[in-house]
Design a protein around this ligand. Sequence first.
Ligand SMILES: [Zn+2]
Length: 454
Amino acid sequence: MNEKYYLEYPIEKKRFSKTDLKIVEILKEAGKKVGEIFAKQADGDFKGGGFYPTDATRKEIEEASKKEPKILDPYTVVKRDSSGKLCAVYYHEEYRDVLKEISDLFLKASKLASEKSFKKYLEIASKEFCHGDYSTLEKAWIAVDNKSFLHLMAGPLGSYADRLFSLKKAYNFNFTYTGTNGSYNPLNYVDVIRNMLPPFGSKARQNVSADMIKVRVDNVICIGGRNASLPARAVNYPEDINTIKKCGIKIVVYTNNIERRDGQMLLPLFRDFIELGVQKSFSDDFIMANAVRLVLAHEITEAIFQYEGAWKRLKSMSNPVMELHSSIVGIKACGFQVIKGVLSQKDLEAILYVMLMRTFSDYFIRKTAPQVENYLVGYRVFYNYCLENGAIKLDGDRILPNASKMYSCADQLANVVMHFYAEASEAEVQSFFDKYSSEYMYGYFSDKLLKYEF
Ligand SMILES: [Zn+2]
């Protein structure tokens, strides 16, 4: 078993029925096997992962795909045939034996499951892991009722592992159960954020109504595949606008992954960097609850604000703009939540500090997961913008923040980034990011940063 690609968390056993515990044991086995498949896909140093032959160039692959479109299908492995020519094999053929084992485990679990929509999902997963119709699988995933205590998302999902074309989907397995903390009120955010859609965003997804957005705040049981090496704070699917119109959007927030990333990294950094007088009135739990809220606000913003054609217009700046937009507009929405009495002033303050400290916590993640730069660059923009406007001051080796000035910086930045996302060109965005994404802070705090080994 490749331990890099399978991760398990302790669960609150008392909350599981006997049958649930049986299902857990069966699906853990399935998760490990998904990790085995991903190990084949994640071929260490090679940019194309295990998806393409190591000696093939981008150009050769593109050329060959003109005659054989299957080569650039997200669900195939590209190989050389006996004559050295490039050809493609579907995942469900390439990994047939392991997929059959996983499929059997899904079927076994489905027979025990009592909640209808979850049972149905397992049945369909059992079928499609062998047949390869992933859109049917995705629809079954969206259809799983929020009332289902157990929840699973499995299949080839997300193209980050393919650094050659950002195309091939990698195997993932996220098995979770409903969290106990009911105080997050996700639907409340949906309402507020929908009302923030700008009038010029006529091409945004205004027509995704609140009842089409399902949000779960879950605890993770185990992770297999790509997410095991970089546990996701949340997932947000589908990507395809037509599927969204038909089936809606689903967001799952993974609380214990957030605890792992923000609790083990961000929290000690917060204590070490922020001025003592400011930080002493914030308990660890209070900061962590607001780290979850920031993720929630980010994901809901990302689900609601999507502009047709933004990818084509913003090109290399698409991901950085979208990620900064989701966080900063999410924070602006949290400000409205204070006015409504849903959040306290102090919650908002903590959310701003979480955003600020990610500049440092995710800097450590970049060393092993370079794709995190898509987010990190936006955190630096926020940090530098706050610094330039006096919302944070450097006081020796500590940061002295002024929360109300930070909020007004977030508000201004939200307006700028909303414009970027809705209508700006790649060049305009690039010059703004060039101005504000300086990495000066890592040099300034290098003595402190060198102490940590995350
Ligand atoms: Zn995001």
